[in-house]
Ligand binder design. Structure first.
Ligand SMILES: Nc1ncnc2c1ncn2[C@@H]1O[C@H](COP(=O)(O)OP(=O)(O)OP(=O)(O)O)[C@@H](O)[C@H]1O
Length: 256
């Protein structure tokens, strides 16, 4: 599905947090949303998912207004992995993942646990089968992130929205997570801080600064030393790693 935000603006605390943003995520592509702390990435994602209503502008999913969709219908198309997700209840991992099935079957928990193929698949793909009977409250940060991804996968969405999904993950799981999201072949958009991961896995990156989009497009075109200096205030070299054959960002220092 095509996710599009047009002319999006949102203010809070007397300040423009998102300021005239246009963004388009083509079907089946992976978009990395980049930018310094406080630049508006989470706020923009909340507008795109319909969690927050924009003051100005529109969000559409395959041309239909996000707010025309009923909550359940929206949840059948679009899944969200938030930065600090919490269930509010002390559920087991299997129960948390099962929450993702509610939009499809309208009830929870399942009458016959283990018979839902989508649930079983999401547990397997998210690599959380071994944690199935553990209490959510006892999980590590990285384990919680993987369980939230499994819950989102259980929704069988066409669009996946992720807010800093790799921030608690070890190196192997970071790479595995990005490979997994890319391999799903669905429309995905993720706020990311790791520029190397974004360049390696995203079809396009969109860079925010003070609520505005300041650059967007192919990571290799967008992630230049000049952009990193102006947006992050960092002197950096950008080259292609000889062995990995991937774009590599090496920071040299902050700008004097
Ligand atoms: N409800 C709110 N009321 C007031 N200010 C807010 C509100 N929500 C967000 N902000 C402010 O808006 C700015 C953008 O926040 P946002 O969380 O979208 O940034 P971000 O790019 O996701 O940051 P980070 O990389 O640190 O996660 C911040 O300065 C934040 O303090």
């Amino acid at each position: 599905m095509r996710l599009r935000g047009h002319g999006l603006a949102w203010s809070a605390g007397g300040r423009r947090i998102v300021d005239g943003v246009d963004i388009e995520c083509a079907p089946g592509t992976f978009t990395g949303l980049l930018g310094p702390n406080g630049s508006g990435k989470t706020s923009l994602l909340r507008l795109l998912t319909g969690t927050q209503v924009p003051d100005e502008g529109t969000v559409t999913l395959d041309g239909r207004g996000m707010h025309e969709l009923r909550r359940r219908e929206r949840a059948r198309h679009l899944a969200v992995v938030e930065q600090h997700a919490d269930t509010g209840l002390d559920l087991t991992v299997r129960q948390v993942v099962e929450l993702g099935r509610i939009p499809h079957r309208g009830r929870w928990p399942s009458a016959r646990p283990g018979t839902d193929a989508a649930l079983t698949r999401a547990m397997r793909v998210g690599e959380v089968e071994a944690l199935a009977d553990r209490r959510w409250s006892t999980l590590s940060g990285g384990e919680r992130q993987r369980v939230q991804l499994a819950r989102a996968l259980a929704q069988e969405p066409s669009v996946l929205v992720l807010d800093e999904p790799t921030n608690h993950l070890d190196l192997g799981h970071q790479i595995g997570f990005m490979e997994l999201v890319r391999g799903l072949g669905i429309t995905a958009v993720a706020a990311l801080h790791d520029l190397d991961l974004a360049a390696a896995f995203c079809d396009q990156v969109v860079v925010m600064e003070r609520g505005r989009v300041v650059a967007g497009g192919d990571p290799h075109t967008v992630l230049t030393p000049a952009l990193l200096a102006s947006v992050y205030g960092v002197r950096a070299a950008v080259d292609r790693h000889a062995v990995a054959d991937r774009l590599r960002v090496t920071w040299i220092g902050t700008q004097a």
